[in-house]
Design a protein around this ligand. Structure first.
Ligand code: ZN
Length: 176
């Protein structure tokens, strides 16, 4: 499968801290290995960088599955955003939020792990399998399964397009 830059990033990041199977996705282990201090409080989840110190605060009141997703969201802010969001143009802030959620979906259910699974054709069974294996909510499981299916179809059509590609098409592709 051709990975997007996000899929490659998650793959490399998790491999660099020896996480290769769903049961190894552990937010304490991830935080520890990336030298991020993980705390819990009675407020909405947040990330904080002070000098070289990185912190993630998770909402105590949320369920464990929600906390794991929020951890992914906040981790994206720690790894990819520089500086605080205060005073940032609204549109850019929204973009970072969207990007952080997208990262969280991929961290919780990485593509390279889905590839190694036998996903049932039945949508209820498939959802149940992903929920149980990755310990995620139904919403996260369905979203990732849909993305994964779309991705597989795109890959398939691309491979057919490549096969039927004439020399002239190839020249055109290289030029434009
Ligand atoms: Zn955020």
């Amino acid at each position: 499968m051709n990975y997007t830059s996000l899929e490659s990033y998650v793959h490399k990041l998790l491999h660099s801290i020896q996480i290769t199977t769903p049961d190894e996705i552990n937010i304490n282990k991830i935080a520890h290995n990336l030298e991020i201090e993980l705390n819990y409080w009675n407020n909405p989840s947040e990330a904080l960088i002070v000098g070289n110190e990185k912190y993630i605060f998770l909402d105590k009141r949320a369920s464990r599955k929600e906390q794991v997703f929020k951890f992914g969201h906040e981790l994206s802010h720690v790894l990819m955003d520089c500086g605080q969001q205060y005073g940032m143009p609204e549109l850019f802030r929204e973009y970072q939020e969207w990007k952080a959620d997208n990262f969280a979906y991929h961290l919780c259910v990485p593509t390279f792990m889905l590839e190694n699974m036998d996903i049932p054709f039945n949508i209820y069974k498939a959802t149940d399998l992903v929920c149980k294996n990755f310990n995620v909510t139904i919403e996260v499981a369905v979203k990732r399964l849909k993305q994964f299916e779309t991705k597989k179809q795109e890959d398939y059509f691309q491979s057919i397009a490549k096969k039927n590609c004439t020399e002239k098409d190839r020249i055109l592709n290289l030029w434009y």
